[in-house]
Write a protein that binds this ligand. Structure first.
Ligand code: HEC
Length: 142
């Protein structure tokens, strides 16, 4: 039995390390998450004013997860408002909503020096932003 002790201790400390590592990872949701858009048509460097991925199934799939990783902590899971930020299901449809959406996601919202929403320009690609918009159109309410 005593011969087994060191490996038991080793196993316990390995487990403690794993737990510590996952505790660190658990805070990862406050860091913007990379969004893989390699399966979509690239959009180039000009900012578009109209969603090029509207109705695109693959973009919608990517946008759903990109939203939950980057936006849901303030705008609610599934875009149902968590209470501290506007309910994005009520953005206008089509290009009118596209423009409000792009302005806000790129620049964020700061008032009186307080950051209400961080800017995502330089953090998420234009492609990633439009996938989120494409997904939002699928959960829209009037
Ligand atoms: C830290 C919290 C936070 C995060 C994260 C966040 N937002 Fe926001 N968002 C806000 C708040 C607060 C407002 C309202 C700002 C204001 O009143 O000026 C807002 C406003 C908006 C608006 C304008 C809504 C309207 O009705 O005019 C859009 C669009 C938007 N956010 C999209 C997003 C998207 C997309 C993401 C993820 C990429 C995101 N937000 C991440 C807090 C956040």
């Amino acid at each position: 039995m005593t011969a087994r002790k060191p490996s038991f201790l080793l196993a316990v400390s390995a487990m403690a390390l794993t737990l510590a590592a996952s505790a660190v990872l658990a805070h990862g949701d406050v860091v913007p998450q990379a969004v893989d858009t390699s399966t979509l048509k690239p959009l180039g460097s000009e900012w578009l004013t109209k969603n090029p991925y509207l109705g695109d199934k693959e973009a919608i799939r990517i946008g759903d997860s990109a939203f939950n990783q980057n936006c849901a902590r303030c705008h609610g899971l599934g875009a149902v408002s968590g209470g501290i930020a506007p309910d994005l299901r009520y953005l206008p449809a089509g290009q009118e909503g596209d423009e409000i959406f792009m302005q806000r996601i790129r620049k964020g919202a700061t008032r009186d020096g307080r950051v209400y929403m961080p800017p995502f320009e330089g953090i998420l690609s234009q492609e990633a932003m439009w996938t989120i918009r494409a997904w939002l159109e699928t959960v829209r309410e009037d």
